[in-house]
Design a protein around this ligand. Sequence first.
Ligand code: ISJ
Length: 362
Amino acid sequence: MSLNTIDELRDEIDAINLQIMHLINERAILVQKIGIAKQASGVNRFDPERERDMLDRIAENNKGPFQTTALQHIFKEIFKAGLEIQKDDQKEKLLVSRSMKSEDTVVSFGSAYIGGGSMQLIAGPCAVESYEQTAAAAREVKKHGLSFLRGGAYKPRTSPYDFQGLGLEGLKILRKAADDYALKAVSEVVSVYDLETAAEYLDIIQIGARNMQNFDLLKEAGKMNKPILLKRGLSATIEEFIYSAEYIMSQGNKEIILCERGIRTYERATRNTLDITAVPILKKETHLPVLVDVTHSTGRKDLLLPAAKAAMAIGADGVMAEIHPDPATALSDSAQQMDFSEFDDFILELQASGLLRMKETV
Ligand SMILES: C=C(O[C@@H]1C=C(C(=O)O)C=C[C@H]1O)C(=O)O
């Protein structure tokens, strides 16, 4: 066969490639239409029976030279690509997605707000231990012109024998300390049963990492008239995190704040691995504010400042950090909470870096 003949055959192949491409794209448009109809009627995207049907038809009609199994393999890849397109289309239709709402969601609390270009720092003790301890932290938070006080009342602890938090008493203490210093109160709720009561005492209800896929809790939180701070699960992908936020929003609650808090990896130098690029990804794919919890992600005091700077530089809407009047005696997370002089330095350094721009305070 001459070289000229090869060129001619290749020309024919080029033309066929284009035809296949056009046909595959035409097919994809039909698949997209089916995907939209399936979503509207709540039917699963994946339909193995339909796929089996099509593969059987290929077997019946195949005249070679390709073996049926080779062709079926190619077609299965086309089905898979079709499913991906349907999935992408459905993701774009999520209520939390940027494609459904291009403007940033801003959650406002009177004169303070989270999202939309402000930089908020939420600080407070890991756990509410006493009024004195919580009020001391509140005083510090206020001293720096910050607006949000955090403090755990219901503590999801790895061991059932560790301090579990003061529960309702803790919520009452947090509320009083926040009111005494004109601050907004943030605390975690771990059970559906505590949501209503907690809402009476809190300005923001946190759903923690361990409950990110507690779908009942997410759905009930979605019915509350209170902003929800949703933390990323310990081993959750960004996609799973976004779907969890969708669970909340699908029930009507539009005030959702996301929080990257580090994920579990093989790395042991830090408590978790701070997935810093999750911040711009979440900001791009959703319209929700995104915070970074520097305490739980690093678990190391010496990394709080660089992690906070990174969070701010990469576009986070705020940072969460834990402070305690005497971290050594703290009932939980004693190694990673800042004492007040460390917190002073932390704030000063952030302000000096020019990254901490607090537009409004309460
Ligand atoms: C397009 C559909 O959805 C999926 C994609 C298919 C395809 O690419 O042909 C087939 C079945 C489903 O897994 C469908 O159900 O027809």
